[in-house]
Ligand binder design. Structure first.
Ligand code: NAD
Length: 497
């Protein structure tokens, strides 16, 4: 059986004692075997990155950017293969998998701007004959720990920018679907990345523990669930490392009585059920303002959902695929059951979806739960499945209170035709990424991605301008070249202009 290994110092490493099976979630059958890196192998990867750092740091930013240009072309050329690998281990349908890769490529495109984004700031004549400038220097070795749900896009949020800023990198992809990330890292080498600049080590907590404690690692980017994000952040910062840790979400969409309902229904259906709801920006709660709006929305959603096509990635006409594992499917089912037991109304039950014969994996159909109350288990927890909860409120203020009081604050959106309501919402809602008539307000690569409250730990968001600041540190240089005729005087007072 194929063994998925590691990429250390430019070499494919498969020999190891421990392995774990990688299951195809659409069939429930083992697809391959994953090598789990030992602590020693992980340290080997960190050492390779440390060794590669001095010469990579000294490589001209324009040369580093040229590697990214070639990397972008290779990613485009291999889009279908990457989509296939994502489908085999994650279950994503090709149209969705390729969409994820395209969003990742946008981050590579941003990294191609390296000479521009690293330009720094210059002030002439801050004193007599004195100039001062700030430059942005790399940190050293950075590490990335990534989740299963975007196996290619999330790593591409991290290392293209880290590397183009002059750092070297160790990536630990999710152990549930690591093959696509490994394949993509090999393409980065084909694009001209020197050995050791980007390393991939596979495994779980044991690998993370080494990354969190090895003094050579200067910065950690984490994306995953909130409990792990919080513990990674606490550990990394206590070890003196810079850390950004992005966590879970419960994204609300507020539907106002004046919203364009047919458009809102289509937008919500895609955002709630696309990728089986396994997106940190998925809409999992619809907050409806007014009883008539709620009635109309639920009726229309039910009709729209009757056309949902659930099945494996072998059919690109399917709307969404399986959940990642049998355990996760069971967790989602328990949350649906809790909603029924706590008094909510199950309008569409996706627990027994219609499937083709080959789809024997971990499928759930779209599920719609109405009359959900904020104290219910299904409302308080992240479900991360194809489940949309509907909450009824009387006005926009009440709807915004719900968003603001929830422990998560990743994304929130409003469907309305009222500009004043939209402005009030975007000014005051407690969430890091806001959509107005846009259901998945994922920032483009030249902005930055990050939630508020317990959806993110750390001060600098992922990628874009915040990403550049995260992977660099400012150095400010003040320089004077006195002329030969200048006579120095000894001064004891603090210099001021
Ligand atoms: P996860 O937290 O289980 O795993 C994420 C990473 O952490 C993996 O690489 C995993 O191996 C590692 N890990 C798991 N347990 C660990 C532990 N105890 N100690 C150290 N490392 C550990 O998350 P997941 O199930 O892979 O991904 C789904 C979660 O990620 C959801 O909560 C989702 O909302 C979140 N997510 C957030 C964003 C965002 O940008 N905020 C993006 C994607 C996913």
């Amino acid at each position: 059986m194929e063994i998925v290994g590691h990429l250390i110092d430019g070499k494919n490493v498969t020999e190891n004692t421990a392995t774990m099976p990688l299951t195809n979630p659409a069939t429930g059958i083992q697809a391959s075997e994953l090598a789990l890196a030992s602590a020693e192998q992980t340290r080997g990867a960190i050492e390779a990155a440390s060794k590669a750092y001095p010469s990579w740091r000294a490589t001209l930013p324009v040369k580093r950017a040229q590697v990214m240009f070639r990397f972008k072309s290779l990613l485009e050329e291999h889009l279908t293969d990457i989509g296939y690998l994502i489908g085999r281990e994650h279950g994503k349908i090709p149209h969705d998998a390729e969409g994820e890769v395209r969003r990742g490529i946008e981050n590579v495109e941003f990294a191609c701007f390296a000479p521009e984004i690293l330009k720094g700031e210059f002030s002439k004549n801050v004193g007599p004959g004195i100039d001062s400038w700030s430059e942005f220097q790399p940190l050293g070795v950075a590490a990335g720990i990534t989740p299963f749900n975007f196996p290619v896009m999330v790593p591409l949020w991290m290392y293209p920018l880290a590397i183009v800023c002059g750092n070297t990198f160790v990536l630990k992809p999710s152990e549930k679907d690591p093959s696509a990330a490994l394949y993509v890292a090999k393409l980065a080498h084909e694009a001209g990345l020197p050995n050791g600049v980007l390393n991939v080590v596979n495994g779980g907590k044991e690998v993370v523990d080494v990354l969190l404690t090895d003094p050579a690692i200067k910065a950690i980017s984490f994306v995953g669930s909130t409990p792990v994000a919080e513990s990674v952040y606490n550990k990394a910062t206590s070890e003196g490392k810079r850390c950004q840790a992005l966590g879970g979400a419960k994204n609300h969409a507020i539907i106002m009585p004046d919203a364009d309902l047919p458009n809102a229904v289509k937008a919500l259906t895609g955002a709630a059920f696309g990728s089986s709801g396994e997106r940190c920006m998925a809409i999992s709660v619809a907050v409806v303002v007014g009883q008539q709006t709620a009635k109309d929305l639920v009726t229309n959603l039910k009709t729209e959902m009757s056309g949902l096509r659930v099945g494996g990635p072998q059919n690109n006409n399917n709307d969404f695929g399986p959940l990642i594992s049998a355990e996760h499917k069971q967790k989602v089912i328990s949350l649906i059951e809790s909603a029924e037991a706590e008094g909510a109304e199950l309008v569409v039950d996706g627990r027994s979806p219609k499937l083709s014969d080959e789809d024997r994996g971990f499928f759930l159909g779209g599920t719609l739960i109405d009359k959900v109350k904020p104290e219910m288990t299904c409302y308080r927890n992240e479900i991360f499945g194809p489940v949309l909860c509907v909450v009824h409120v009387d006005n926009l203020e009440k709807a915004m209170e719900l968003v603001s009081e929830h422990e998560y604050g990743n994304g929130a959106c409003l469907f309305t035709r009222d500009g004043e309501a939209a402005r009030h919402f975007s000014d005051n809602v407690e969430a890091g990424m806001v959509g107005i008539n846009v259901p998945l307000p994922v920032p483009v690569s030249y902005h930055s991605f990050g939630g508020w409250k317990r959806s993110m730990f750390g001060d600098l968001s992922a990628y874009g301008p915040d990403g550049v600041r995260f992977y660099t540190r400012r150095k400010t240089i003040t320089q004077r070249w006195p002329s030969h005729s200048t006579k120095e005087t000894t001064r004891f007072s603090f210099p001021a202009s």
